[in-house]
Design a protein around this ligand. Sequence first.
Ligand code: UDP
Ligand code: MG
Length: 305
Amino acid sequence: MLSIIIPCFNEEASISLFYEDMLKMLTSLNIPIEFIFVDDGSKDNTLNVLHELSNKDERVHYISFSRNFGKEAAMLAGLQKARGKFAVTMDADLQDPPSLIPKMLEIVTSGEYDCAGTRRVNRKGEPLIRSFFARRFYALMKRLTDIEVVDGARDFRLMNRIYLNALLTMQERNRFSKGIFPWLGFKTKWLEYENIERTTGETKWSFWNLLWYSFDGIIAFSSKPLAIASILGILLFLVSISLIVLVVTRKIMLGDPVAGWASTICIILFCSGIQLFSVGILGQYLAKTYTEVKQRPNYLIREEG
Ligand code: UDP
Ligand code: MG
């Protein structure tokens, strides 16, 4: 069986379109399937649409969260509920073309690969500034972490049971899929396709959301920022030693300690800036550790069917 997991947040308009398209694709697939829609605390009619669908089609299951927990939590809940030998995660807005599923299934059933991932080769229809920062983010991730975060990789993935079980052992609260998947290893085959714009509704990601998300990703998979803070400290220490030597020799040779209020203030500001920066980085890791230690659940279910 193939489990199809769809996180939905305010997708009342997209779900039926998505379902229709999937049914069309499924006729060409001879494998039993189940749909697992995860209503991530939607404020619109999403849950009612899901009720209707599950009454009409017994292959449709749903989970409804007590509030919005985010897409990562929604995907996790769906994957935990999945009973299939294969599972695929995809968006409700038809940005992940269902027509790729037969090909993905073929790749994974052949046994050569454990996972079929998709990546978009361009960012057509996306604001330029967003594309620019996205590129910078991938470049930065490459330098800061050991894992290979694939540029343009989508959450549209089809995996086998071995891969899925391995994924479910990752119990962390700060879930950053783009890092978790490459961390797992296994054999992934990448399929490429052109970016498709959303059919209805609008994206839930603002620029600032994405920026914070990228910081979270770096912190979740790299401790290099901490090392950078230490190195900055050492560098500044070396600079201060040479300055001290300079000042002392000037006083002995010329009887003239360096004058100037302005230079002192500049140095104080510079150093306290670096200090705050470093403490800030430390704080970010501490905050993440705090949320992990609390062991709160990743999501809470209000209703399931
Ligand atoms: N989504 C979710 N919870 C959220 C935000 C988004 O479950 O808090 C779902 C959303 O319904 C969609 C998918 O995640 O099915 C991708 O969201 P979106 O299309 O807004 O992101 P984009 O495609 O622009 O990256
Ligand atoms: Mg989308």
